[in-house]
Design a protein around this ligand. Structure first.
Ligand code: NAP
Ligand code: FE
Length: 372
């Protein structure tokens, strides 16, 4: 048996985990840059906890709060300029996948001169400032991956930059920060995490160990889906318990460990066009495609698909499809012209060949048609 498993991030989960680990922050340096989105880090209490802990540790900091969903290269170069000017020792990203991914790119660009073309071509040194991440959505798993996914306008898609130096040193997981996360974002991010765990099992790089972690993640996240549907359909305020929030956060972290080793597959490659051209949330974009892709994959790898369904506690792909239809509601319209354009872009993505049952361009067209 061959195995190559590397996960250098210290994962600390639990109530008040930032405040309880001041000593770990002290080891990182004397000055930090905090990277966040527009406002959620301020309103969910995570930024205040971090600021208090840094103050108490005698660490000074600057805040860069200009990251928006699906981070642009413009924003990360701007952040890196500030990090250089302020001579910070380390970077702390708080938020969903967007600020966390931006924090990673900023950490890399703060220590080397790299053009945008070089960045997307993977032409950079294995060097970055130390990174700490605090996820406030339960979806991307970015807190334990070596990836930063940025909007690539030249290629009209989203492109992943990847390096072992982008693994965070520490990930602090406190589900209390997700208390006010709206129902739609909670669903979309949970489905992103579920997609990571499932795609991991369908990847050419899957191993016995990643399959075990995937199945645990799939079981945990799938066990929360009924509650998410009830919450969505009741149209009431926040009804998700902290226990369920913790399960989602734990399950998405596990799925992040999976994709750190397996990468994602055709599902993510196809989803990027839905986000880039139609502004569909990342997790939703994957979830729109996933049931159709599972059906496609079952033709070549029925055993793995059976194991995925078993972990989801479902009997058939049809059951999965109807579950996803309730979670996703009305679907986006896709014209034949759009489908042809998206298939042309997706077929060039490297993650297509990362799928054990790899689709052709014609397959991609059929999969997009089934997903609308
Ligand atoms: P996001 O774009 O980071 O955030 C979505 C929205 O949720 C933002 O409006 C944000 O507001 C808000 N939000 C975040 N936390 C909140 C909280 N606790 N309470 C209330 N609102 C909150 O969404 P995401 O789905 O987490 O991340 C998606 C990005 O991650 C995509 O760019 C995707 O490509 C990437 N991704 C990365 C990896 C990886 O391995 N690196 C894997 C999968 C996906 P604010 O702007 O105010 O913060
Ligand atoms: Fe994802």
């Amino acid at each position: 048996m061959e195995l190559n498993f590397y996960m250098p991030t210290k994962v600390i989960m639990g109530k008040d985990c930032i405040r309880r680990n001041e000593s770990l922050l002290k080891e990182m340096g004397r000055k930090a840059m905090i990277v966040t989105g527009a406002s959620s880090a301020r309103s969910n209490g995570s930024l205040a906890d971090l600021e208090e802990t840094l103050d108490s540790a005698g660490i000074t900091y600057v805040i860069f709060d200009r990251v928006r969903s699906n981070p642009t290269t413009g924003s990360v170069y701007e952040g890196a300029e500030l990090a250089k000017k302020q001579q910070v020792d380390f970077i702390i990203g708080i938020g969903g996948g967007s600020p966390m991914d931006a924090a990673k790119a900023i950490a890399l660009l703060a220590v080397q001169e790299v053009t945008e073309d070089e960045l997307f071509a993977g032409k950079y040194r294995r060097e970055a400032l130390p990174i700490i991440l605090v996820p406030t959505t339960a979806g991307t798993g970015s807190e334990v991956t070596p990836y930063s996914i940025l909007t690539n306008d030249k290629a009209q898609t989203k492109t992943s930059i990847s390096s072992p130096v982008l693994f965070p040193r520490i990930a602090f997981l406190d589900a209390a920060y997700m208390k006010e996360l709206p129902v739609i974002t909670t669903i979309n991010t949970a489905l992103d995490a579920l997609s990571h765990a499932i795609e991991g099992m369908l990847s050419v790089r899957a191993t016995r160990l990643t399959d075990q972690i995937s199945q645990e993640s799939i079981r945990i996240i799938s066990g929360c889906l009924k509650e998410l549907i009830d919450w969505k359909e009741s149209r009431k305020g926040n009804e998700l318990s902290l226990t369920t929030r913790e399960k989602l956060l734990y399950g998405s972290m596990l799925a992040g460990i999976v994709i750190s080793h397996t990468g994602t597959t055709a599902v993510h490659s196809m989803g990027y066009s839905l986000t880039y051209f139609k502004n569909v949330d990342h997790g939703r974009a994957n979830a729109l495609i996933l049931p159709a892709f599972i059906e496609f994959a079952a033709k070549g790898d029925a055993v793995t698909v059976q194991n995925i369904l078993k972990a989801m506690n479902l009997d058939s792909i049809a059951e999965m499809d109807s579950l996803f239809r309730r979670l996703l509601g009305d679907r986006e319209r896709l014209s034949e012209e759009e489908i042809a354009q998206f298939a042309d872009i997706a077929i060039r993505a490297k993650n297509i060949l990362n799928s054990r049952i790899a689709p052709t361009r014609e397959d991609l067209v059929l999969l997009y048609r089934q997903s609308r």
